[in-house]
Design a protein around this ligand. Structure first.
Ligand code: PHE
Length: 354
């Protein structure tokens, strides 16, 4: 039995040296210390020894058990340290690498432009008003002096929200027809909504989305406009010119030229389209301005008396002017985007540049 114990000790110590993983260590422990383990077996056999043999063998057995227990503890600890070292190595930070910048969110370029436009008009005393994007035909067209049979209606390719088939002649059905729902084609209906609810004077701008059936390099089906409306006892066309000249200089720079071209809108009379000198070529003529030196940025005019009638304002007592501009257009002049649709493709490589 003495030889057996010595053999077990030698064998176990040797086996421990080869152990590389906690699992292997555990199965080795079971081989010796388990219920059916080799050392356990020997200890169980002690009962068969004679009285004379027992003290010496018992002492040896205890020594072997202590030695092996300690050896197993040491092996466990060594494995543990080794694993920690490996983990540390794996998690070690290379302090020579450049740091990673956190990505901050920021306003979309069109919103940046919109905010600038708003800031400029706010300083001139205009208040921000808003209205619904799902609009009634009445506010989008009729009240803006654009009845159903008016040719100007066809200029706006409108998204209607109800099938038109079951209402063949909406204009013949009176009130009902005027409440047909559509996506507003401009922000001008908010002029009507504000004037219906407020006595003059009025001095508002209306930033918001508008919708038209249109899709090419310079049109998206959803786009943004800023509407302006000023109504007072003596609002004049020359004041309109002053307000817009001030806006243009602040938005595009002191040296920017501006010109008014006669135009037609059903809800203003007289009406004009306003061009600014091309910001790319300073008016010399280039591809951006179609070699004309001018770029159209807004429509405007004096409020048509018919519009005042629609909101129960007395055209003998008040006058006004209104204007409307396309925000994507202006963002384009600021940022020089060849295709306006890029604004809405949400390509982060594009958006991160602003
Ligand atoms: N609503 C017009 C458009 O979308 C712009 C406009 C607004 C013109 C106000 C005159 C006055 O084209």
């Amino acid at each position: 039995m003495k030889a057996e114990l010595e053999a077990i000790q030698a064998e176990a110590l040797e086996a421990l040296k080869a152990v590389k993983t906690p699992d292997a260590l555990e199965s080795l422990r079971i081989t010796y210390f388990g219920r059916r383990g080799k050392l356990t077996d020997v200890m169980k056999g002690m009962g068969t020894l004679s009285k004379a043999e027992r003290p010496a063998i018992g002492k040896l057995a205890n020594e072997v058990r202590t030695t092996l227990t300690q050896a197993f503890e040491k092996a466990t600890e060594a494995l543990h340290h080794q694993q920690q070292a490996q983990q540390l190595e794996a998690e070690s930070v290379d302090i020579t690498l450049p740091g990673r910048k956190p990505a901050y969110g920021k306003a979309h370029p069109v919103m940046q432009t919109l905010e600038r436009i708003e800031a400029i008009f706010s300083q001139m005393g205009f208040q921000v008003a808003t209205g619904p994007e799902v609009e009634m035909e009445y506010y989008n067209f009729d009240a803006l002096n654009t009845p159903a049979d008016h040719p100007a209606r066809d200029l706006h390719d409108t998204f209607y929200l109800e099938a038109r088939g079951w209402k063949q002649h909406p204009q013949e059905e009176g009130e009902d027809a005027r409440s047909e729902r559509l996506l507003r084609t401009h922000t001008s209906p908010v002029q009507i909504r504000v004037m219906e609810n407020q006595k003059p004077p009025v001095r508002i701008i209306v930033p918001g989305k508008a919708y038209r059936v249109d899709y090419d390099v310079s049109h998206t089906p959803m786009f943004h406009q800023v509407e302006g409306l000023l109504v007072d006892t003596h609002a004049t066309f020359s004041e309109l010119k002053g307000v817009l000249a001030s806006f243009v200089r602040q938005m595009f720079g002191e040296q920017t030229q501006m010109r008014f071209r006669p135009h037609f809108f059903p809800f203003t009379e007289p009406s004009a389209e306003i061009d600014i000198s091309c910001t790319v070529c300073q008016g010399k003529g280039c591809r951006s301005c179609g070699h004309t030196g001018w770029i159209e940025i807004l429509g405007a005019g004096s409020v048509d008396p018919e519009v005042f009638h629609a909101v129960n304002y007395n055209p003998a007592e008040v006058t006004g002017f209104a204007f409307g501009m396309g925000v994507e257009r202006i963002a384009n002049l600021q940022f020089r985007i060849p295709d306006i649709r890029t604004f809405y493709e949400n390509d982060l490589r594009f958006l991160r540049q602003f």
